[in-house]
Design a protein around this ligand. Structure first.
Ligand code: RFL
Ligand code: PHB
Length: 386
């Protein structure tokens, strides 16, 4: 089989890239190891920056987002006894949208633009330093296939083969000494907008998916087994850290439908290109979820990459493809810094000196317009062309 762009991975980066390429008149075929149902059901990110929303809208993917998503003006930042609302619209001129990654994924599948082969195995990349790269794999019926292409787009996340095939000049990593225990619960959110809470027992986050489904997280030690956390223990700990009872605020518990532990790390590999292989999304970088940046970075990467590949493959102009890695990395590093900053400001390290610095930083961010605006600009998202 032959196509112009062989896309590896049908997560949001891969499907959106194929969608944007098709709209730009470039052929793409996507291969994915998991089933369509599995990919669509994975519970992950929940917040879209306004530039991500604008991009999805301009790509014809905004109708359900605008109808069913919720625009949030900002977030609540909390320390024991204090809760402050940061209004991003007032501070930075733009808010964010609550719309789950599962929904973005469904919209991409429903658009039907991308040709996707699900449930493939034995994916291998070939000829990356030639102008005729190829991907070999075994399809869902057990038939060995070869996909010849002009370009390969590695959108296969942090465990896929693209990352391993793209020999990095440099790899940067920070592993954090804590994880998140995340739950999904069938209960109306106890808050209008997200609450990020600093607490001496550890960070807590109250997020949501809809008017009837809440998503909450607790900082837990690395290696935590979710089985050690009964539903009652989780709700008790969330109530303590989120300030149940303070100023009459109540956390309403409900049936937990999903429980998982998410380790946290920052990882960047440069460049985001190796010959004819271009990396996008989690295949190129990982951020801890505290800044809500993972999905937004994946969307920003493919916005740049789709433009670059359309120019390369339709007009023969390599300039944007040649600058793709540098262009994308400016935003990647900004988001890597912001995610690290939010993470280190909000998570308990056990060190009393750290705790005082965190509280001082939080007081500055919640009382100074300059401090609040810095957080708002980064959280609500910087322009695509950074
Ligand atoms: P994805 O979504 O991981 O998609 C990669 C796809 O590649 C497939 N794949 C392969 N396909 C073909 N051949 C192979 N050999 C392959 N190996 C793997 C995978 O099955 C998958 O379908 O990466 P993408 O598209 O770059 O999108 C990035 C986002 O998904 C990611 O940044 C965020 O979801 C990160 N993230 C979160 N971000 C937030 O902002 N808030 C969150 O609450 C949040 N929760 C999460 C997360 C990431 C998680 N992972 C990756 C462990 C929770 C989890 C569990
Ligand atoms: C989520 O809703 O899953 C979510 C929201 C904000 C974050 C992380 C996760 O910073």
């Amino acid at each position: 089989m032959r196509t112009q762009v062989a896309v590896i991975g049908a997560g949001p980066a891969g499907l959106l890239l194929a969608h944007l390429l098709r709209r730009g008149g470039v052929d793409a075929v996507v291969i994915e190891t998991r089933s369509q149902e599995y990919v669509a059901a994975r519970i992950r990110a929940g917040i879209l920056e306004s530039s991500s929303v604008e991009l999805l809208e301009s790509a014809g993917l905004g109708a359900r987002l605008r109808a069913e998503g919720h625009e949030h003006r900002g977030i609540h930042l909390q320390m024991p006894g204090e809760r402050h609302h940061l209004d991003f619209v007032d501070l930075a001129g733009r808010g964010v949208w609550l719309y789950g990654q599962t929904e973005v994924q469904k919209d991409l599948v429903a658009a039907g633009t991308a040709e996707v082969c699900y449930e493939v195995t034995d994916v291998a990349l070939h000829g990356l330093e030639t102008d005729r790269p190829a991907v070999t794999y075994v399809d869902a019926d057990g038939v060995a296939r070869r996909l010849d292409a002009d370009v390969i787009a590695g959108c296969d996340g942090s465990f896929g083969p693209s990352r391993a095939a793209a020999v990095p000049r440099q790899a940067f990593e920070r592993v954090y000494p804590y994880s998140w225990l995340g739950i999904l619960a069938d209960v109306a959110p106890s808050t209008d907008e997200l609450i990020y809470a600093w607490h001496p027992d550890g960070f807590a986050l109250h997020s949501m998916r809809s008017d009837t489904v809440s998503r909450l997280y607790l900082q837990v030690p690395n290696g935590t087994d979710p089985a050690d956390w009964s539903d009652d223990r989780i709700w008790d700990e969330l109530a303590t850290r989120l300030g149940d009872g303070e100023d009459g605020w109540k956390l309403t518990p409900g049936p937990i439908t999903d429980k998982s532990v998410l380790p946290m790390r920052s990882h960047v590999r440069t460049p985001m290109r190796h010959g004819r292989l271009f990396l996008a999304g989690d295949a190129a970088h990982i951020v801890p979820p505290t800044g809500a940046k993972g999905l937004n970075l994946a969307i920003a990467d493919v916005a740049l990459l789709s433009r670059a590949l359309v120019e390369l493959l339709r007009s023969g102009d390599p300039r944007l493809a040649d600058s793709y890695s540098d262009d994308a990395l400016r935003r990647v590093w900004r988001c890597t810094h912001f995610s690290w900053w939010m993470t280190t400001m909000l998570h308990a390290s056990g060190d009393p000196f750290d705790a005082q610095l965190q509280l001082s930083q939080l007081r500055w961010v919640t009382t100074s317009t300059a401090g609040a605006t810095g957080l708002a600009e980064n959280y609500a998202g910087l322009p695509l062309e950074l």
